[in-house]
Design a protein around this ligand. Structure first.
Ligand SMILES: [Zn+2]
Length: 232
């Protein structure tokens, strides 16, 4: 067993739990003869836990590569490679707030989060599309290239978002990609962590443009209701 603190990929809650270990494949088959594992160049192991918050299973696969190969006598050197969470197929990020109702934005964001580990380039392309959609829909920018739209909206954004958006513009070198004028969603190489930072930025923009105003309106409606009742 190994204690772990992580975000549950199913419910998005920060949890503390314990991994249980197991190995795929019998070391000696029930009918006798050589086990498939003796021919393998590596061994697949799994770590398994049940989320204490949502009670869903989480399974992570690791590959243990033997050096020298397992057939050689003696204790082999083992190198372990984490292949990631294989179940559930989830992004590991917090679910989108319910206030985000636009179906295209929801789909693009969720897919960007889902493919982050397998293809940061594809994830970044989808995130950039979300970014441009939000800048046009909520930021009121004049449609142009993503780089020009970022420059236009920067002075209107709070201090905790602006520098991150500017960093995205520079890291993506958006101005240097003429195709970004026409198609934000094109796939280009990304710097390490860039795709994840794009998703973090989208979270901030979603909160700023969609969630915070919706909460504000709800509080305002409550206050208005109170005054109406008080006047009666
Ligand atoms: Zn959970």
């Amino acid at each position: 067993m190994e204690a772990v603190s992580m975000t549950c990929p199913s419910c998005g809650v920060a949890i503390s739990a314990e991994w249980y270990f197991g190995v795929f494949g019998p070391l000696s088959p029930p009918g006798g003869g050589p086990a498939p594992l003796s021919r393998a160049k590596s061994m697949l192991t799994y770590r398994y836990l049940v989320c204490p918050a949502c009670r869903e299973h989480v399974v992570r696969i690791c590959e243990r590569v033997f050096r020298p190969p397992v057939a050689v006598q003696g204790v082999p050197e083992v190198e372990e490679r984490d292949l990631g969470v294989c179940y559930p197929r989830a992004s590991g990020r917090k679910p989108l707030p319910n206030e985000v109702t636009n179906p295209n934005l929801r789909q693009d964001y969720q897919e960007a989060a889902l493919v982050l580990r397998d293809s940061p380039r594809a994830s970044a392309a989808l995130s950039r599309r979300c970014l441009q959609f939000m800048l046009r829909q909520y930021g009121g920018v004049k449609p142009g290239s993503l780089a020009s739209e970022i420059l236009e909206v920067l002075p209107r954004l709070p201090g905790y978002i602006g520098p991150m958006l500017e960093a995205v513009r520079l890291a993506g070198n958006l101005a240097a990609h003429p195709m970004f004028d026409k198609a934000t969603g094109i796939v280009v190489d990304v710097e390490p962590d860039e795709a994840e930072h794009l998703l973090d930025l989208l979270d901030l923009l979603i909160d700023h443009y969609i969630v915070a105003p919706a909460k504000g309106h709800a509080v305002q409606a409550k206050i208005n209701g109170k005054y109406k009742n008080a006047k009666k």
